[in-house]
Design a protein around this ligand. Structure first.
Ligand code: NDP
Length: 447
C-alpha cells in the first residue's frame, strides 16, 4: 500500500479502535478520509502537522445526566451530550438533537460533519453538536420546558457566545430554544443573545433562520441544475421527512417552479400528484404535531404510499429526514425511474452503498455538508446580528443565504475540477472544507 494511503488507513484504524461501536461516526470519517489522498499528496505539510489525526479527535466531549419531573410527578432521567469538535475557525457551532436514538456516536458523527460544513460556508464558525435521548414527541409543553431547563442547568457551563453556540436540529425548534435560552439567561443573569441561534425574531432571532436549511437546499439544487443547463421548472421532486428542513425545502422548490409529489414522516409517506399542499402539511406536522396520514385523509387526490418513498418516480430526490434513510435498494429505484439529482437535506441520509449506486448510474449526488449548510450559515448571520444588535429584513437575510449557497456550489465545483474529478460534489465539498480548516490549524500550531 502506498505510504499516504497507509497513513490514512492508520488514522481510520485509530478512529475505530478509539471509538468502538460508534458505527455512524466511523462511516462519516471514512467518507471524508477517502477524499483526502490527493490533497495530502499536494500538501505534505498537513501530514507533518498531524492535521488529519487531530481533526478526527473532538477537542472536548461532555456527557451529563438530565433529571426532570413529568406531568404525573414521576422522576425521569435522560442523558445529555455536547461534543465540541473543532474551534479552529470560530466558536463551536452546531445544533442540538432531541430524539430517543441520540447517543455519543450520533453526536460525534454530526459534530465531525459540522466542522467541514461550517468551513465551507466561509464564515467564522467552528464545529460541534449535542443533544439528548429525550423524546419531545407526545410530551406537554410543561414537560418539554422542565426538561430543557434541566438540560441547560448543566450545559450552561460549557456554552457562550465566544465559546460554543448551539442551535436546533431534530426535535429542537424555536419552542425548545426558547426554554433553553430562558434558563441560560436566568442562571447567568445575562441577556447573551449570541449564545444560542434559532431564537424567535422578537428576542434576538434572525429572520429566515427557521426556513434557511430547506431554502438553502432548494437554492443549491437550482444551482446544480443550472450548471447542467437545466432548471427546477416543471421537475418532479420527492422529499423525505416533513420536519423543519423538509417543509421549507418543499416551500422553496415550489417557489422555484418544481412540484413536490411525495413526503414522509417516521410513520409512512404520502403521495400527492397535485403537489404537496404546504399549508395543510404545516397544520398537520407543525401546528398539531400529528401524523402524515392526517394529511392524506384531508386531500382528495393524496394517498398513503406503500413500499418506499424512493419508489415514487421523480427527477430530483431530497432526503431530509435522518441518517442512512436512503439505502442501495432505494437508490436503485431512483435510478430506474430516471432521477438525475440527489441532494441531501438531512445529515448523511444516503448510505455509502447507495452513493455508489448513484455514482455508477451518473446521478449527481450532493452531500449534506454542502447542500444543507444554509441553516448553519444563517445561524452565523444570526450571531452577526446579535453582536451588532441589528435585525436584518427577511429579504436581506435570504439574499445573503442565496449568496452563501452559490459560493459553496462554486467552491465544490472548482475544487472538484482542480483535483481532477469534475462533477464530484462530495470530493469537492470534502477537500474545500478540509483545506480551509487545515490551513488555519497549521497557522495555530499543535493545539
Ligand atoms: P425535524 O425533527 O424537524 O424533522 C425530522 C423529520 O424526519 C420528521 O418529519 C420525522 O418524522 C422524520 N423522520 C425521522 N426519522 C424518520 C425515518 N426513519 N423515516 C422517515 N421519516 C423520518 O428535524 P429537522 O428537519 O430539523 O432535521 C432533519 C435532518 O436535517 C436531520 O438529519 C438534521 O440533522 C438535518 N439538518 C437540520 C438542520 C436544521 O436547521 N434543522 C440543519 C442541517 C441539517 P416524525 O414527525 O414522525 O418524527
Amino acid at each position: 500500500m502506498p505510504e499516504l494511503e497507509q497513513r490514512l488507513q492508520d488514522v481510520y484504524d485509530e478512529v475505530t479502535s478509539r471509538n468502538r461501536g460508534d458505527d455512524v461516526f466511523h462511516q462519516a470519517v471514512l467518507e471524508v478520509l477517502e477524499s483526502l489522498g490527493p490533497v495530502l499528496e499536494r500538501h505534505p505539510e498537513y501530514v507533518d502537522a498531524g492535521v488529519v489525526r487531530r481533526l478526527v479527535e473532538p477537542e472536548r466531549q461532555v456527557v451529563f445526566r438530565v433529571p426532570w419531573v413529568d406531568d404525573d410527578g414521576r422522576v425521569r432521567v435522560n442523558r445529555g451530550f455536547r461534543v465540541e469538535f473543532s474551534s479552529t475557525l470560530g466558536p463551536y457551532k452546531g445544533g442540538l438533537r432531541f430524539h430517543p436514538s441520540v447517543d455519543v456516536a450520533t453526536v460525534k458523527f454530526l459534530g465531525f460533519e459540522q466542522v467541514l460544513k461550517n468551513a465551507l460556508t466561509g464564515l467564522s464558525i467552528g464545529g460541534g453538536k449535542g443533544g439528548s435521548d429525550f423524546d419531545p414527541k407526545g410530551r406537554s409543553d410543561a414537560e418539554v420546558m422542565r426538561f430543557c431547563q434541566s438540560f441547560m442547568t448543566e450545559l450552561y457551563r460549557h456554552v457562550g457566545e465566544h465559546t460554543d453556540v448551539p442551535a436546533g436540529d431534530q426535535g429542537v425548534s424555536t419552542r425548545e430554544i426558547g426554554y433553553l435560552f430562558g434558563q441560560y439567561k436566568r442562571i447567568t443573569n445575562r441577556f447573551e443573545a449570541g449564545v444560542l441561534t434559532g431564537k424567535g425574531p422578537a428576542w434576538g432571532g434572525s429572520r429566515i433562520r427557521t426556513e434557511a436549511t430547506g431554502y438553502g437546499l432548494a437554492f443549491f439544487v437550482r444551482d446544480v441544475l443550472e450548471a447542467h443547463d437545466s432548471s427546477l421548472d416543471g421537475k418532479r421532486v420527492v422529499v423525505s421527512g416533513s420536519g423543519n428542513v423538509a417543509i421549507h425545502a418543499i416551500e422553496k422548490v415550489h417557489q422555484l417552479g418544481g412540484t413536490v409529489v411525495a413526503c414522509s414522516d417516521s410513520s409512512g409517506f404520502v403521495v400527492d400528484e397535485d403537489g404537496i399542499d404546504l399549508e395543510l402539511l404545516k397544520q398537520v406536522k407543525l401546528e398539531r404535531r400529528g401524523r402524515i396520514a392526517e394529511y392524506a385523509e384531508q386531500r382528495d387526490r393524496a394517498a398513503m404510499g406503500s413500499g418506499s418513498i424512493w419508489e415514487v418516480p421523480c427527477d430530483v430526490a431530497l432526503p431530509c429526514a435522518t441518517q442512512n434513510e436512503l439505502d442501495d435498494k432505494g437508490a436503485a429505484s431512483l435510478v430506474e425511474n430516471g432521477c438525475t439529482v440527489v441532494a441531501e437535506g438531512a445529515n448523511m441520509p444516503t448510505t455509502p452503498e447507495a452513493v455508489d449506486v448513484l455514482r455508477e448510474a451518473g446521478v449527481t449526488f450532493v452531500p449534506g455538508k454542502a447542500a444543507n449548510a444554509g441553516g448553519v450559515a444563517t445561524s452565523a448571520l444570526e450571531m452577526q446580528q446579535n453582536a451588532s444588535r441589528e435585525s436584518w429584513t427577511a429579504d436581506d437575510v435570504e439574499r445573503r443565504l442565496e449568496t452563501v449557497m452559490r459560493d459553496i456550489h462554486t467552491a465544490c465545483v472548482t475544487t472538484a475540477e482542480e483535483y481532477g474529478a469534475p462533477g464530484d460534489y462530495a470530493l469537492g465539498a470534502n477537500i474545500a472544507g478540509f483545506t480551509r480548516v487545515a490551513d488555519a490549524m497549521l497557522a495555530q500550531g499543535v493545539v
